[in-house]
Write a protein that binds this ligand. Structure first.
Ligand code: ADP
Ligand code: MG
Ligand code: ZN
Length: 590
């Protein structure tokens, strides 16, 4: 970069580098003759005494609305110039890539061919049975996946038995599921159970800076594995190399990735399944994978690793609780009940966090309250008692949260409110209302969704009733409510006006598609507009409903908010008891 700077300085005639404020003064004094504006700077000429001098100044990062009117007033000649895209491409892409190539050849020459090959050496890590103390007992809550993988273990252990009858051993097994559900863990457990070497490599390690290295790594990985058969090759984060080919061409990474992927496909096709190498891979983005990976003879087995249900979460907590000392009062079921949607990684984190909390408090075992606090830490960000709300904020937050909670109490189908809190958590959430589903839900009915909408909008409705104004505190609620309403209309066919059809409004996905023209617009603009109207209708109806409920029970709303301001946290039982008391009192009065 120093070189470039000198070059520029040497070829430029003398140019005054002036501050933006000085430039504005010069304009105001009428000394500026002409300027050329680009997005990053302003060049031009001004009168310095009798001389015309070139100057340059940097652009403000935000628009200066007064500038153009001022320039017009003083008759300055204005030239606007788009930044030269070729220059940008040169500096951002061609130059750095050129330098990298240069470096590569330099290193290559220095070390001689033998050593340079080191770059291509497979960086796969090999684990054998002794290091690999993972087996299926370390995995819980994903029983179906384990059952399918037991078969793979059996293949590896008894390859001969299966081949005797001419059956084809699967070559590739793809683990698919959200992050943290235990895909990597499962692959290790398979290797541990089968007692075979385990070649681990992460997709992102293939794609490194030197062109051609990814492909040679793949080749070496397979060569190495074949000499250790039976064994497992595990490619984690397959999507980093296995993204669908084609589409937009970019400099650098793209070609490299494509070469690596092609090599992987070639290797998978090339080897004989009888050698007993099974290739496992994991991804949480199966939708972006190149279709070629899924053809027969490649990753033809797909094992879904999903988020655990209630019993699964209990089992996972038990697995991780083995590593810590639990107090006798600990009820893991209660912890599992409060963490629907959490994956194994989060549950492990909760147990770990609880152990740290217990240690900090000087306890000799992990107690229920440690786990309880750990949930809140892991799921909602750190508890920050130090972030104090002003009394006015606290008043508003208390009514907002009471609004959510009360609508939750008075609608028929909402999940019971577990806890209302106005203790600030993390950076964004000022308060929260946690509802616990009675059981894990895979199906939701229309009335249940409508009730959820009303509960989400209860916070804002309460603010409007009590303060007659709303605040910015509802944006997250509105976002969630809109998402639900949109899915009701566009995916679940719950709008009579739109009807029982699926509406696809999104044309922006085509970048990941193989051919942009595959993505045909399936929805007319009219239907899309109607869907938008229906989303709006659902949300505003739910909002009106929340307001009606809260107006009817305003005494309870005020009472709950007052109590919250006093104690900051109310659990579900206390909440319902308080509401009953207030309702009873107002019933007897009228
Ligand atoms: P993934 O690869 O799906 O993103 P990992 O296998 O890396 O998830 O999971 C991270 C950690 O979370 C594991 O090492 C393990 O401690 C814990 N974990 C995840 N899923 C499970 C599970 N089903 N049973 C037990 N522990 C799990
Ligand atoms: Mg993983
Ligand atoms: Zn809210």
């Amino acid at each position: 970069m120093a070189v470039l700077y000198i070059f520029q300085a040497a070829t430029r005639p003398q140019v005054d580098n002036i501050a933006y404020s000085r430039f504005r003064d010069l304009v105001a004094q009428g000394h500026v003759k002409d300027i050329t504006i680009t997005s990053s700077k302003i060049d031009g000429h001004y009168l310095k005494g009798k001389k015309t001098v070139a100057f340059t100044t940097t652009q403000l990062p935000f628009p200066d609305d007064q500038l153009v009117p001022d320039l017009r007033k003083h008759h300055v000649k204005i030239v606007a110039q788009a930044d030269n895209p070729l220059v940008a491409v040169f500096f951002q892409w061609i130059l750095p890539i050129g330098l990298l190539f240069g470096l590569y050849f330099l290193l290559f020459r220095r070390m001689g061919p033998g050593q340079a090959l080191q770059f291509g050496r497979s960086k796969a890590r090999v684990y054998n049975r002794k290091e690999m103390r993972t087996d299926f007992s370390d995995v819980a809550g994903v029983d179906e996946a384990v059952a399918e993988l037991r078969e793979v273990v059996d293949f590896l252990k008894n390859a001969r038995k299966y081949q005797r009858l001419g059956g084809r051993i699967p070559k590739g097994v793809l683990l698919v599921g959200p992050p943290g559900t235990g895909k990597t863990l499962l692959a290790r457990a398979v290797a541990g159970e089968a007692d075979v070497p385990f070649f681990y490599m992460s997709g992102s390690e293939f794609v490194e800076m030197f062109v051609g290295v990814g492909a040679s790594r793949v080749r070496e990985l397979f060569e190495q594995a074949k000499t250790h058969a039976p064994c497992i090759i595990f490619i984690d984060e397959l999507d980093t190399i296995g993204k669908s080919r084609g589409g937009a061409v970019t400099f650098g990474g793209h070609d490299e990735r494509e070469q690596t992927l092609n090599q992987l496909l070639a290797e998978m096709d090339g080897f004989d399944p009888k050698v007993g190498v099974i290739i496992m891979a994991a991804t949480n983005r199966p939708e972006v994978l190149d279709q070629a990976l899924m053809r027969p003879g490649r990753f033809d087995r797909m094992v879904v690793v999903d988020r655990p249900d209630l019993n699964g979460r209990i089992a996972i907590l038990q697995v991780h609780a083995r590593k810590v000392k639990l107090a006798t009062d600990v009820d893991l079921r209660a912890i599992a009940a409060q963490t629907p949607g959490a994956a194994g990684a989060e549950l492990e984190n909760i147990v770990n966090e609880a152990a740290l909390l217990a240690a900090r408090r000087g306890e000799d075992s992990v107690e229920q309250r440690d786990l309880q606090e750990a949930i809140e830490r892991v799921l909602a960000g750190l508890e920050r008692r130090s972030r104090v709300l002003s009394p006015l904020e606290k008043d508003r937050v208390a009514h907002h949260e009471s609004g959510h909670a009360l609508v939750g109490v008075f609608v028929d189908h909402a999940d019971p409110v577990h806890k209302v809190s106005i203790v600030p958590r993390g950076a964004a959430a000022l308060g929260m209302t946690i509802s616990v589903p009675m059981e894990d839900r895979y199906l939701l009915t229309e009335p249940e969704l409508q009730d959820r909408l009303a509960v989400l909008l209860g916070g804002r409705a309460a603010e409007e009733i009590i303060f007659e104004t709303v605040s910015t505190g509802s944006s997250d609620d509105l976002q969630k409510a809109t998402d639900i309403a949109r899915r009701m209309v566009e995916q679940f066919g719950m709008s009579p006006k739109v009807g029982p059809i699926a509406v696809t409004q999104d044309g922006s996905q085509f970048l990941d598609q193989k051919f942009p023209w595959d993505q045909q617009k399936t929805t007319s603009e009219e239907l899309a507009r109607k869907a938008d109207e229906e989303v709006t209708r659902l949300v505003s109806e739910a909002y009106d409903r929340a307001k009606r409920i809260l107006t009817e029970h305003e005494a309870a709303l005020r009472a709950v908010a007052d109590e919250l301001k006093r104690v900051e946290v109310l659990d579900g039982t206390a909440l319902r008891a308080l509401v009953d008391r207030v309702e009873l009192a107002s019933d007897t009065r009228s």
